[in-house]
Design a protein around this ligand. Structure first.
Ligand code: PLP
Length: 432
């Protein structure tokens, strides 16, 4: 086939792409619900056989070892946060001791902001964005209140010019001598825009401001180079692209130049491991990212990650990113070439076309988005809906095929052709 002769709308082209996909075999390692095309792995990733096996081992360890599992399980439960952190470090471009698997996204945010937000004199503001995930905004508001500040004055939510994306120039312009901290998402949860983390970090540091990132929508989808970029801290979940299960444990990164800084919200699990069970009332931090652990790790929501990270080590995050970009490129091109972005279909692509600015999912906008999301689901395609008008479609490199995407485009067409976008109750479901 020559480049000129390729018809990207052809089903055979999707099959050809699948046949040439070096990661295709990983799909068999996952439980894809029968009869579904699962495009919601950016909300809740699917269970892999590897994660299942790791969880069953932990259950068995509990059965056999009981309390001795803390030291005799493999890996031992006592240092599981550090051990899994070391396994995850390659995904974020960090050294092993700069990542800890612990807590949850919002709890880790609280701990890290409590650590790095040190309002002083004129410097009282936190710069975030108007497109942030709500939990981050609630948490920042409460952190400001805890320091006696006024969120209305001290939380700067940089506006978006187009309602979808953020302009790095605007974010940088908001970093002033009144800024005490910058906290931003790596990838925006609605449009899927990937911010220029390196540039934002350099700009914050030129102004003497610490900067951290919520990487919930980039971890496991794109490579990160936190150490090279000099990021101060970051946090993320493991239930989306990392496929560690509903409500699974979170993770955090602290750049090693901050290892001497005391965690804002300390707990005994961050204590120096050798002396943790001395049970002293004087704080002695672990001296690495593990110091930001607060509580006993939830082993049953941590164990799946062990299996899942083995899959990532095998597949390689660089190869995952190459396929993810190829799939989001394909989906955008397919929707356009099939006429779905023109009337009467009128789907809009809300995600940046530039691959450097694109995360792992595509925001397909439509005025009837909630009904379209529900119609897709009835047809066995699982997307999610985000207000006001976004159907998010996430091809997951480890288990989504090109043919899945081809079929999804067909369903999007048929939903309009058959008038299904006008049927059924309006509005979103309780959990969208
Ligand atoms: C970008 C982002 N930040 C924070 C959260 C909140 O996560 P958690 O409920 O694990 O605290 C989410 C949840 O989906 C998210 O997508």
């Amino acid at each position: 086939m020559t480049a000129q002769s390729v018809d990207i709308t052809a089903e055979s082209h999707a099959h050809a792409l699948d046949a040439a996909d070096p990661l295709a075999a990983f799909r068999d390692r996952f439980y894809v619900p029968p009869g579904t095309i699962y495009l919601d792995g950016n909300s809740l990733g699917l269970l892999s056989r590897d994660a299942e096996a790791a969880t069953l081992v932990t259950l068995d360890d509990w059965k056999r070892l009981a309390i001795d599992g803390w030291l005799q399980a493999e890996p031992d439960w006592f240092t599981i946060g550090e051990r899994l952190g070391a396994l995850m470090a390659p995904l974020v471009g960090a050294t092993a001791d700069e990542v800890a698997v612990t807590g949850t996204t919002t709890v880790n945010l609280h701990n890290l902001v409590a650590t790095f937000y040190q309002p002083q004199g004129r410097r009282r503001q936190i710069v975030a964005s108007s497109l942030d995930f709500p939990s981050d905004v609630y948490a920042l508001q409460s952190q400001i209140r805890l320091r006696g500040g006024d969120p209305d004055a001290d939380l700067v939510l940089v506006p978006s010019r187009d309602g979808r994306t953020l302009d790095e120039d605007d974010l940088i312009a908001a970093m002033t001598d009144e800024t005490a901290l910058v906290l931003l998402p790596s990838v925006l949860y609605r449009s899927g825009q990937l911010l220029d983390i390196q540039r934002l970090t350099a700009a914050a540091h030129e102004r003497g401001i610490p900067i951290g990132f919520d990487c919930a929508h980039s971890i496991g989808a794109i490579p990160h180079r936190f150490d090279d970029w000099g990021v101060d801290f970051a946090f993320w979940c493991t239930y989306k692209y990392l496929n560690a299960g509903p409500g699974s444990v979170g993770a955090l990164y602290v750049n090693r130049r901050h290892f001497d800084t005391a965690p804002g919200l300390a707990g005994w699990w961050g204590y120096l491991k050798e002396r943790q069970f001395d049970m002293l009332h004087t704080w002695e931090g672990a001296g690495h990212a593990g110091a930001w652990q607060i509580s006993t790790p939830p082993l049953l929501s941590t164990a799946p990650l062990l299996g899942s990270l083995r899959l990532f080590a095998e597949a390689g995050i660089e190869r995952i990113r190459v396929k993810s970009l190829a799939q989001t490129d394909y989906l955008i091109a397919l929707l356009e070439a099939s006429g779905l972005t023109a009337e009467p279909y009128s789907y809009r692509i809300g995600t940046p076309r530039d691959p450097v600015r694109r995360g792992g999912h595509i925001a397909v906008e439509h005025d009837a988005a909630p009904r379209i999301a529900k119609a897709l689901k009835r047809r066995g395609v699982v997307p999610d809906f985000r207000p006001p008008d976004i159907v998010r479609l996430a091809p997951i490199a480890l288990y989504t095929s090109y043919h899945d995407l081809w079929q999804t485009a067909r369903h999007l067409r048929e939903i309009i052709d058959a008038g299904e976008y006008l049927q059924g109750p309006e509005g979103r479901e309780l959990v969208a």
